[in-house]
Design a protein around this ligand. Structure first.
Ligand code: ADE
Ligand code: ZN
Length: 317
């Protein structure tokens, strides 16, 4: 089934095999002896316990070639899973903080993304995320550092540790991004409360909400999201691995669809959460008995919610 993936952190596609290969190439020592030992550490109690490992493993990403190889490996896997269009997050601050220039990150990712239509049959967009547990000033500095590269960036996003870091903290940088003609998205309502979803809508002016599963706790918020048909990029296997839900059978996705929300299915950090996007669809089908029709609706929603040009988008609907 052709689909678009709209919630995918490129750093979250770093498979253990590539991590060890890059570590060897770059002379980086990992605190794990083998790939299996690393994989055994993928048991998370919450978002923060995942983020600690996720940021630590990024130490292996150093050169433009590393970022290009990472993105190309994702695109090859994504195509096998039916992805025709991918809107890809990256976390510049996680790399610049380690001394990797932002131009190296964007240059490497763009090289793979520009080759993707011909090489993999996938169109792409790039979304630059700010780390919400870093300061508002750091986000502003990052945006200014990215200015020479904005022709390669479609949107800004907000990710990392959610609770205690409300969207309103990033009002100014989102204003600048909108002024520069970029689209806006933000993670909200993953571990954080419905109030953060309201802030993302009303203060940041986002075009989509990433996750948003906790919106169901607030009836008025659901009504607003339905009325405006704000897309929610839901990540079912991620929600299970990060203990946002106990098990897939308890996932609120069916209730979200029943409420009339514009839901899409995505993989978030597939190297860490046990599956790429089709694996998420298959797991949902098995655990929640989603029928063919519902799966087709979710795939259609993914194109509808994308930042593709209108004519291209219409051809998929
Ligand atoms: N960064 C990578 N994956 C994330 C997630 N699920 N939530 C917040 N930040 C993230
Ligand atoms: Zn995410």
């Amino acid at each position: 089934m052709p689909k678009a993936e709209l919630h995918l952190h490129i750093e979250g596609t770093l498979e253990p095999e590539l991590a060890f290969a890059l570590a060897a190439r770059n002379g980086v020592t990992l605190p794990y002896a083998t790939e299996d030992e690393l994989r055994a550490a993928y048991s998370f109690s919450d978002l923060q316990s995942f983020l600690d490992l996720y940021y630590a493993l990024m130490a292996v990403l150093r050169t433009e070639d590393d970022f290009a190889e990472l993105a190309d490996a994702y695109l090859a896997r994504a195509r096998q899973q039916g992805v025709r269009h991918a809107e890809i997050f990256f976390d510049p601050q996680a790399h610049t903080a380690r001394g990797v220039p932002i131009g190296t990150v964007i240059g490497g990712l763009s090289r793979a993304l520009e080759a993707a239509p011909e090489r993999h049959g996938i169109t792409t967009r790039l979304i630059m995320c700010f780390l919400r547990d870093e300061s508002a000033e750091s986000a502003l500095e990052t945006f200014e550092a990215a200015r020479p590269h904005l022709d390669r960036i479609t949107a800004v996003g907000l990710d990392s540790a959610e609770v205690g870091h409300p969207p309103s903290k990033f009002r100014e940088v989102y204003r600048l991004a909108r002024e520069a003609g970029l689209k806006c998205v933000a993670h909200a309502g993953e571990e954080g409360p419905p109030a953060y979803v309201w802030e993302a809508l009303d203060i940041l002016g986002v075009d989509r909400i990433d996750h948003g599963v906790r919106c169901l706790e607030d009836e008025a918020l659901v009504a607003r999201l339905v009325a405006d048909q704000v897309p929610l990029t839901v990540c079912p296997l991620s929600n299970v691995r990060l203990r946002v839900v106990d098990q897939l059978a308890d996932h609120p996705l069916p209730a979200m669809l029943d409420a009339g929300l514009l839901v899409t299915v995505n993989s978030d950090d597939p190297a860490y959460f046990g599956g790429y996007v089709q694996d998420n669809f298959t797991a949902l089908r098995d655990a929640l008995h989603l029928d063919e029709e519902t799966q087709r609706t979710l795939a259609r929603n993914s194109f509808h919610a994308s930042f593709l040009d209108e004519e291209v988008r219409a051809a998929y609907l």
